[in-house]
Ligand binder design. Structure first.
Ligand code: MOS
Length: 755
């Protein structure tokens, strides 16, 4: 037997393991699930923004062909509220009163033999509303501010005094529009009861939260609920909450004693699965003449629904963005008659970074200092609150490598001085950052006698690629060829995983898979080290290399045994272990790093000596602006990214490109619009415009930096990173091209042309 040197799969650019299934149309999304005897539910939604439901005339619908049930608040059972998860409370259960809190609220559901029957019957329902005056504006006298307990005000030093004493000040107000997540895949639920046990196929980023919510709502044990979601057609945050329509599908199935499918329409997606709230932000900066920041004040107001609670992270990124002795942040939410909000890619940090990074750009012009130089000068070499060095931080390298690659030195510092034919050309830069986040996660790993490995966890792959990356990681940690490793997810009956959100899943799940696979190898090593007939007798984890589906002594490759042989000799069909990740900064003496099949002892720096760093980016943007029409083309983007250890450069790069595309949408196109009565005007992709291929041109991604030291895996999240700072980089480029500072997103043609 020849034993080649073990080589890591992790770190190489690999195609998606599920790519073929997806392009063949063979991946089963929740919307594709069809069960024998399945009925269809459709939802009727409120056409008023606020008030009460008066009469609902359902007789005609109930008598319509094919109808199995019509359910409204008048005949719905009492449903309990879902539990509060790590990421907050769930929306209130549907159909519990006659109150209308927002346009598009579910008010009736028809269940019928076919979707056509259900739609036809729903059209026969007549709802008489008693509307009242909705609250639509931040300055409405009826609003009262909500200070979210999870977003405390933050103060450092004395910002008021520092601002007054500053050589140079910038004080501006920035606004961002309400945005709506628009994944290609419509959200769908298929629910079926077997006695008191409920199975739902549901579009979600968090199967365990949906399971727990349905259990509480229907008063059954969580183990009686199973949530299945092997594939999700994008979500971008829309699947982070357990939504009322999922509860309604389960209710429809219970009432009709049939499997029931419920699919939201594209229009219903705009009011049923959350959105990015709009913001008004005031940023005040003070600096010395030589460009040192002396004061940062960031005040934010953002919208929230009438009955919701949602973490508000708008000023969160500002706290540690720059070295500055005086800082003050306030993040207030204002209750409006708007659909239930949710999260949308880099929630809060995308909006907050637009304001802060625009203001920093304005300061650079006020000081006459290059915008990169200003950022470098004020770089936070340590955490500005604690003074602790970062667990990793390559932001300065991002600026340097990105600027070089982009050709920043060709930029004329004066605005409106660069041209390309008839177009004004502008170069803009901004800092991107996303805080570190690694929630608890479990996994289960099996080695089988046929030499294959099967690793699973109750996580989700909404598109970024956990299927692929976890397969790669398990292959390396176990030393099993990647084509003999299968990774399973999307099932709440598997060990508990967190949401795929907050850019934390690769760290959470990756460290769980890593720890579980290391434990499994350790168990196998224990088995052979006592075994008189094994060539590995007496070995320890530190002595061995895993490779080619087995174990060999690192210094003596001839002493090798396959897992299959080990299991067979011990009369085992397989060996399975469940494990979990250690929180960042916590390790036991048994923690190891796996590199090239070897197990290297690892100790995390304690959180007392290092600040856990997030991911960083420097975005460089070239825009071309038509001075007569105000149209803006993002001609070129270079993003230099410190994402820690990059497990798969191909899927990671795709995440950065996706974030850039959504950043272009946020900056130039996306705006969820209501009329003056609060009715939504943008309810299709014709009215709500997202960046398409033609809007995303020449995009280059550079990865710089080193593995983060806080966890054995060394990753930092990159799913949301690229949208932070992206809108500011574009706005800054538009200013450089035109001399016009647009402080309100999206930067539409009319805002560019306004005099
Ligand atoms: Mo993201 S908004 O954490 O899916």
């Amino acid at each position: 037997m020849s034993i080649a040197t073990a080589v890591d799969v992790v770190g190489t650019a690999r195609d998606r393991v599920d790519g073929r299934l997806k392009v063949m149309g063979a991946a089963t999304y929740p919307i594709d699930v069809a069960l024998p005897g399945m009925a269809y539910a459709v939802l009727l939604q409120s056409t008023v923004t606020s008030g009460r439901i008066g009469d609902i005339a359902v007789d005609a619908a109930e008598r319509a062909p094919g109808v199995l049930a019509v359910i409204t608040h008048l005949n719905a059972p009492a449903l309990a509220s879902g539990p509060v998860t790590e990421i907050g409370p769930q929306p209130l259960p549907p159909f519990q009163s006659d109150a209308v809190l927002h346009y598009g609220q579910h008010v009736a559901m028809v269940v019928a033999e076919t979707m056509e029957h259900a739609n036809a019957a729903a059209a026969l329902i007549e709802v008489a509303y008693q509307p009242d005056a909705p609250v639509l504006a931040f300055d409405d006298a009826r609003t009262s501010p909500v200070f979210h307990p999870w977003t405390p005000d933050h103060d450092r030093g004395d910002v008021r005094r520092a601002l007054a004493a500053a050589d140079v000040q910038v004080q501006q107000t920035y606004t961002t529009a309400r945005n709506t997540n628009n994944p290609i895949g419509l959200f769908a639920t298929v629910a079926v009861w077997h006695g008191d046990a409920l199975t739902v196929h549901d579009t979600t980023q968090y199967p365990h939260a949906v399971r727990d919510t349905l259990a509480t709502t229907f008063g059954i044990d969580p183990t009686a609920v199973r949530v299945l979601v092997p594939f999700v057609g994008g979500a971008f945050g829309a699947g982070l909450r357990a939504w009322p329509h999922t509860t309604l599908a389960a209710l429809a199935a219970r009432v009709t004693k049939r499997p029931v499918k419920l699919v939201l329409t594209r229009g219903q997606m705009f009011t049923s699965v959350g959105h990015r709230p709009n913001t008004v932000q005031q940023v005040s900066l003070g600096a010395s003449r030589d460009g040192r920041l002396t004061a940062i004040q960031h005040l934010s107001r953002s919208s929230i629904g009438m009955a919701d609670e949602l973490i508000n992270l708008i000023t969160h990124g500002t706290l540690s963005a720059y070295a500055c002795p005086n800082l003050s942040t306030r993040a207030t939410q204002v209750r409006l008659s708007i659909p239930i909000p949710g999260w949308m890619r880099a929630p809060g940090e995308a909006e907050g970074s637009f304001a802060l990074e625009s203001a920093i750009d304005e300061l650079s012009y006020a000081l006459g200092i290059d915008p990169i130089e200003l950022r470098v000068k004020n770089h936070a070499h340590v955490h500005p609150d604690t003074g602790l060095p970062w667990s990793s931080n390559a932001l300065l390298e991002c600026y340097r490598h990105g600027a070089e690659r982009f050709g920043w030195s060709a930029r004329h510092s004066e605005p409106r001085t660069m041209r390309n034919g008839g177009h004004l050309v502008g170069y803009g830069v901004a800092r991107g950052a996303l805080g570190a986040y690694q929630p608890p996660c479990k996994a289960i790993a099996t080695i089988r006698r046929d030499g294959t490995a099967f690793v699973r966890s109750g996580a989700v792959d909404i598109g970024p690629g956990p299927y692929t990356v976890m397969t790669m990681l398990a292959a390396d940690c176990l030393g099993v060829p990647i084509d003999r490793v299968q990774f399973g997810l999307g099932d709440s009956s598997l060990p508990r995983a967190p949401q795929e959100g907050g850019s934390g899943l690769t760290a959470a799940l990756g460290n769980a898979v890593h720890a579980t696979c290391v434990s499994l190898v350790r168990a196998l090593v224990n088995l052979v080290s006592d075994d008189e007939v094994s060539p590995l007798k007496g070995c320890r984890l530190e002595d061995i290399t895993v490779h080619n589906g087995g174990i060999h002594i690192t210094d003596d490759p001839a002493r090798f045994e396959t897992y299959a042989d080990i299991l067979a000799r011990h009369g085992l069909d397989e060996m399975t272990l469940e494990g979990e990740s250690a929180p960042p900064g916590e390790t036991s003496s048994a923690t190891m790093i796996v590199r090239a099949g070897r197990f290297i002892p690892y100790t995390a720096p304690s959180t007392g000596i290092r600040a856990h760093a997030g991911a960083y980016a420097a975005h460089f943007v070239e825009v071309h602006v038509d001075p007569d029409l105000g149209t803006i083309r993002v001609a070129r983007v270079v993003s230099a990214v410190d994402g820690g250890r990059i497990l798969n450069p191909k899927t990671a790069r795709s995440q950065i490109i996706g974030g850039i595309a959504m950043g272009i949408g946020m900056a130039l196109l996306e705006e969820t619009v209501s009329d003056r009565t609060g009715r939504l005007v943008t309810t299709s992709l014709a009215e709500y415009v997202v960046a398409a291929n033609a809007d995303v041109r020449d995009v280059e991604v550079l990865f710089v930096g080193q593995p983060d030291s806080m966890t054995p895996l060394g990753t930092k999240g990159v799913g949301e990173l690229a949208i932070t700072g992206m809108a500011a980089a574009i706005a800054n480029a538009v200013y450089h091209a035109t001399g016009r500072r647009v402080r309100s997103l999206p930067i539409s043609m009319e805002k560019v042309l306004e005099t």
